[in-house]
Design a protein around this ligand. Structure first.
Ligand SMILES: *Cc1c(COP(=O)(O)O)cnc(C)c1O
Length: 231
């Protein structure tokens, strides 16, 4: 294994501690007592940086590309952790994704969900990705269709819908960003009261805006640069 240098370990552990503090403060300001998990968005970060983070107590990793997910898996296999796919998934890579990730956060259409079910060797957690910002460049399903997609996906064998994910509005307008996150929370609440109690997670918020997301109910924040440095 490419073991991280002592310097790297100190750097990553220090940044992770700072992110934990931010999360705890934001949760406390929001009056929340439930858990907010920190998912480390590891795209482009080398295995040794991820090993340093896992050594510092991280336990949840996110990868954007299936190729990277597969390539890094052997170098992380001896450290307990869970991996989520947080980038767009093409159907022809569903098998590899299902084999190496415990959760696919980016299901935005029923054909991909069906494909994941067909290739999964075991039960697989998935989240419904929603385009809450209306920006054409962002992936995810239309908010108006998210609930139907969640219900249909939950009915597919082997798939367990654990919640909803969004890449929020990229803006300095705090209120507009909060609105995009509130939209995801409303979809999640409707899913829970509509018969999907397991779909309770809200994966939203990144290094720059995790406080806004936590105030709107995020249960998973996806943090990259604040721990691994700028890409
Ligand atoms: C990179 C990435 C993140 C983390 O972004 P940072 O600004 O580096 O914290 C979160 N979610 C997704 C989908 C990403 O691709």
């Amino acid at each position: 294994m490419p073991e991280p240098s002592a310097l790297r370990v100190r750097l990553v552990a220090g940044r992770l501690a700072r992110v934990r503090e931010r999360v705890a403060q934001a949760a406390s300001r929001a009056g929340r007592t439930d858990d907010v998990a920190i998912l480390l968005a590891a795209k482009t970060s080398p295995v040794e940086a991820i090993r340093a983070a896992l050594g510092a107590g991280a336990s949840l990793i996110g990868e954007n590309r299936v190729q990277e997910l597969v390539a890094k898996a052997p170098g992380l296999a001896d450290l307990p952790h869970e991996t989520h796919l947080i980038g767009p998934l093409q159907r022809n890579k569903a098998r590899a994704a299902a084999a190496h990730a415990q959760c696919i956060e980016t299901v935005a259409d029923l054909r991909l969900a069906q494909r994941l079910s067909d290739v999964a060797a075991r039960d697989l957690s998935v989240m419904i990705q929603v385009n809450t910002s209306g920006e054409a460049t962002k992936s995810g399903c239309d908010p108006d269709h998210a609930l139907d997609l969640a219900v249909a996906t939950a009915a597919i064998p082997h798939l367990r819908v654990t919640g909803f994910m969004t890449i929020g509005l990229n803006s300095t307008d705090v209120r507009a960003v909060a609105q995009s996150y509130a939209r995801l929370r409303a979809i999640r609440d409707a899913a829970i009261s509509g018969g999907l109690p397991a779909a309770r997670h809200l994966s939203m918020g990144m290094s720059g805006d995790l406080e806004i997301a936590i105030a709107q109910g995020a249960t998973i924040v996806r943090v990259g640069s604040a721990v691994f440095g700028s890409r």
